[in-house]
Design a protein around this ligand. Structure first.
Ligand code: ADP
Length: 650
C-alpha cells in the first residue's frame, strides 16, 4: 500500500468517526444525528404543543434566505442564475397524500451542507436553550434560536429534502423520520434549489389545506421579500389548462412580497410594521419601538429598525453579534455585518438598505468601508435619541425596556466614550432608598447637603447587596446608594469617573466621607450617641494590625458600620472589590491587593475586645474571616476557621 493510500484511509476513518454511519448501501448512507439534535427532535416531536403552525414560517424563511444567498452569490459568479430567473418559494399542498411540499430555487445544498446543517447544531448555548424549550413548551423559541428547520418534525413524521447546490451537478436526497438518524443519497438531476416534502402526521392534516396555508403565509410571511406562491386551484385556471405544465400564470402569490422599508411611513399601518418585524426577526413579540428613517444627501440609506419587547435568546452569547440585515438597493447582502451597529445595541432587529455600497460588496470591503462607519454612527444616534424621547414620554414603558436590555446598553458606557453622556442619561439603577428604577439625574436631585459624590455598591445580586455591611452607615444617614448587580457594572464603573461633574464613588472603596453629610433625620441621633474617642482604640488597632499584618493593609475605625462589627474596604486608588473578584473568577491574573479592615467602635464585640486583649488572637482572626464571608468570599482557611470558632465557643 502506498503512502497516499494510507493517508486516504486514515482520512476516511477520521470522517467515519466524526459522522458515525449506522448502515450503508451502495447509494444511501445513514448517519446518526448529533446527540443534541436527537434530544431537540425528541422535544420538538413529543413535547411542543403550542403554535405548531410556525413550522411554515421557519421553512419559508429558510427558503427565502436560500434565494437571497443565491442572488448575492450570482452577483459575483457568472452562470449561477439566468438574467430573467425569478426567485420564489412554492407551496404545494396535497390533502389526499396528506403532504406539503415547500420548494425554492435558491442556493441549494450539497452533501456536506446537508450533513453540517441538517444533522448537527453548530452553536453554543444549546443545552440552555433546550432547557428553556422543554420548560416553556413554546415552539416559538425554536425559530428564535436558529434551529427552525427541525420544527418540521412538529407536524411531519417523515421529512424528505431534495436539493442541488448552485454551480454543482449532483443532486441529493436527505431523509429522516426524526428518530435518531437520517439518510443521504445521490439522486438524478433536479433543478438548482431545495424541495422539502413533509409527510404530515395524522393530527397535522390541516397543513395540506390551501386555505390554512394562505392564512398562515399572510400571518407570518407576508413581508418576505421573495414571493411565496401556490399553484392556482383548478377552477382558477380553466378547463383548457394542461396539467403538469408549470407557468407563472398557474401560480398565485400569497404574500405582499414588497420591501416594506421602501414605502413611505404614512402608508404603513402599525400592524404592518409589527408583522414585518416578526417575519424579519423571526420574533413573536411585538416591537417595543419602531424606527423608520430615510437618510438622503451625502449618505443615502433607509432603515427600518425595531427594539424588541422580549429578550432574544442569544443576547448574552460571547460573540455579542448584532442581527441587523444589510441590503444594498433592495438586494439582501448579509445578516452578519457587525459594522452596522455597536455591540451594545445588538438587541436591535430590522433592515438597513444602503444606496452607497456596491452590490457586489465583499466581506473584506464591508469591514473596511467608511460608509458603514457612518451608518453605524447614524444608527447609534437615532437609537439613543429614540430611547431618550421614549423615556421622557413613557417612563413606565422605558423602565420595562431597561429591565430587559439595560445590562446590554451599559456595555456602551465603557466601549463607546463618545456616547457616554447620553448613555448615562439613559441608564437606570436600583437604589437603597427608592423602589423601582432611578436615573442619575433623579439621584442628583435627591443628594443630601454636604454629599459630594454619587455612591454605588457593586455586587452579585440585589438581595446580597442590600444586606451588605457597607451600606449600614449610609442607611443610618439616609444617604442613597445605587445598587449595581449586572456583571458589566464592574467594568463601566472602573472607567466612568463622574456624572455631570459629580464623582461616582463605590462605598467599598476608600475612607468614607459620611461625616460631612448632613441629614435631617439623623442629626438628633448623632448628637445623642456619645462620640467615639479615637485614642481609646489605638491599642486595639495596633494589636489587630500586628495580628493581621499578612492579610490586610490597614485596620481603622469605621464610620460606615452601624450593625456589623467589621467590614473590608479597598484603598482609595485600588481596584473595586467586586471588579477584582470578577476578574479573578474569569481567570484573569490580577495583582493581589490587600484590603483595609474597618472596625465598628460602637459594636459590642469590638468594645469587648478593647477591654479583654487576652482573647485577641482567635477573635481577631475570626473577625477578618467574618468580613470575608460577608463579602461573599470564603474564609482564608476553613479548618482553622472552624477550630478557632470551636475554641471560642468552648
Ligand atoms: P437557521 O436558518 O437559523 O440557520 P435552520 O435550522 O432553520 O437554522 O437551518 C439550518 C441551515 O440549513 C440553514 O442555515 C441553511 O444553511 C440550511 N438550509 C435550511 N433550509 C434550506 C433551504 N431551503 N435551502 C438551502 N439551505 C437551507
Amino acid at each position: 500500500m502506498g503512502c497516499s493510500d494510507i493517508i486516504n484511509r486514515l482520512y476516511a476513518q477520521i470522517e467515519e468517526l466524526q459522522n458515525p454511519m449506522t448502515a450503508a448501501t451502495a447509494e444511501s448512507k445513514t448517519y446518526q444525528f448529533q446527540a443534541e439534535v436527537s434530544r431537540l427532535l425528541d422535544i420538538v416531536a413529543n413535547a411542543l404543543y403550542s403554535n405548531k403552525e410556525i413550522f411554515l414560517r421557519e421553512l419559508i424563511s429558510n427558503a427565502s434566505d436560500a434565494c437571497d444567498k443565491l442572488r448575492y452569490r450570482a452577483l459575483t459568479e457568472d452562470g449561477l442564475m439566468s438574467s430573467n430567473q425569478e426567485l420564489s418559494v412554492l407551496l404545494e399542498p396535497d390533502p389526499e397524500a396528506r403532504s406539503l411540499t415547500v420548494t425554492d430555487n435558491g442556493i441549494g445544498m450539497n452533501e456536506a451542507d446537508l450533513q453540517d446543517t441538517l444533522g448537527a447544531i453548530g452553536r453554543s448555548g444549546t443545552a440552555k436553550f433546550m432547557e428553556a424549550l422543554e420548560n416553556s413548551k413554546d415552539s416559538n423559541l425554536i425559530g428564535q434560536f436558529g434551529v427552525g428547520f427541525y420544527s418540521a418534525f412538529m407536524v411531519a413524521d417523515l421529512v424528505t429534502v431534495e436539493t442541488r447546490k448552485a454551480g454543482e451537478e449532483q443532486a441529493w436526497r436527505w431523509q429522516s423520520d426524526g428518530k435518531g438518524d437520517y439518510s443521504i443519497e445521490p439522486i438524478g438531476s433536479r433543478p438548482v434549489g431545495t424541495r422539502i416534502i413533509l409527510s404530515l402526521k395524522e393530527d397535522a392534516s390541516e397543513y395540506a389545506e390551501r386555505q390554512r396555508l394562505e392564512h398562515l403565509v399572510k400571518k407570518y410571511s407576508d413581508h418576505i421579500v421573495i414571493p411565496v406562491q401556490m399553484p392556482a386551484e383548478k377552477q382558477d385556471v380553466g378547463e383548457e389548462g394542461e396539467a403538469g405544465q408549470e407557468s407563472d400564470e398557474w401560480l398565485v402569490t400569497l404574500n405582499t412580497a414588497s420591501a416594506l422599508w421602501t414605502k413611505p411611513k404614512s402608508e404603513i399601518a402599525k400592524e404592518e410594521y409589527a408583522s414585518f418585524y416578526k417575519s424579519a426577526a423571526g420574533a413573536w413579540d411585538e416591537p417595543w419601538e419602531t424606527l423608520h428613517f430615510n437618510v438622503e444627501g451625502h449618505l443615502e440609506h433607509t432603515g427600518l429598525l425595531f427594539i424588541p419587547t422580549a429578550r432574544p435568546f442569544n443576547l448574552f452569547e460571547p460573540d455579542r453579534k448584532n442581527a441587523i440585515k444589510l441590503y444594498v438597493k433592495r438586494v439582501f447582502i448579509t445578516d452578519d455585518c457587525q459594522e452596522l451597529a455597536p455591540a451594545y445595541l445588538r438587541f436591535m432587529r430590522g433592515v438597513i438598505d444602503s444606496s452607497d455600497l456596491p452590490l457586489n460588496v465583499s466581506r473584506e470591503l464591508l469591514q473596511a468601508s467608511p460608509i458603514l462607519n457612518l451608518i453605524r454612527k447614524d444608527v447609534t444616534k437615532r437609537t439613543l435619541s429614540a430611547l431618550k424621547s421614549r423615556a421622557k414620554k413613557d417612563a413606565e414603558g422605558y423602565d420595562a425596556f431597561w429591565g430587559t436590555f439595560g445590562a446590554v446598553l451599559k456595555e456602551g458606557l465603557y466601549e463607546d466614550p463618545d456616547q457616554r453622556e447620553p448613555l448615562l442619561e439613559l441608564a437606570r439603577f436600583r437604589s437603597s432608598t427608592q423602589d423601582g428604577w432611578v436615573s442619575l439625574a433623579d439621584y442628583k436631585a435627591r443628594m443630601a447637603e454636604g454629599q459630594s459624590a454619587i455612591y454605588y455598591l457593586v455586587g452579585e445580586d440585589l438581595e446580597t447587596v442590600k444586606r451588605s455591611p457597607h451600606l449600614e452607615g449610609f442607611k443610618a444617614k439616609g444617604v442613597e446608594v445605587l445598587l449595581l448587580t449586572d456583571p458589566v457594572d464592574s467594568f463601566w464603573t472602573s472607567v466612568v469617573g463622574d456624572y455631570q461633574d459629580t464623582p461616582l464613588k463605590s462605598v467599598t472603596r476608600g475612607a468614607d466621607d459620611l461625616a460631612a453629610i448632613k441629614s435631617g433625620e439623623d442629626a438628633s441621633e448623632e448628637s445623642a450617641s456619645e462620640p467615639v474617642k479615637e485614642g481609646d482604640f489605638a491599642e486595639l488597632i495596633a494589636a489587630m494590625k500586628e495580628a493581621l499584618e499578612a492579610d490586610v493593609k490597614d485596620v481603622r475605625l469605621s464610620e460606615r458600620l452601624t450593625d456589623s462589627p467589621v467590614c473590608l474596604v479597598a484603598d482609595e486608588g485600588d481596584m473595586d472589590m467586586q471588579f477584582a473578584r470578577m476578574m479573578a473568577a474569569h481567570g484573569q491574573e490580577i495583582p493581589k491587593q490587600k484590603r483595609i479592615l474597618e472596625i465598628n467602635p460602637k459594636h459590642a464585640t469590638i468594645k469587648a475586645l478593647k477591654e479583654r486583649p487576652a482573647q485577641l488572637d482567635d477573635s481577631v482572626q475570626l473577625l477578618l474571616d467574618q468580613a470575608l464571608i460577608m463579602e461573599g468570599e470564603a474564609p482564608r482557611d476553613a479548618t482553622l476557621f472552624a477550630q478557632r470558632l470551636s475554641r471560642l465557643m468552648a
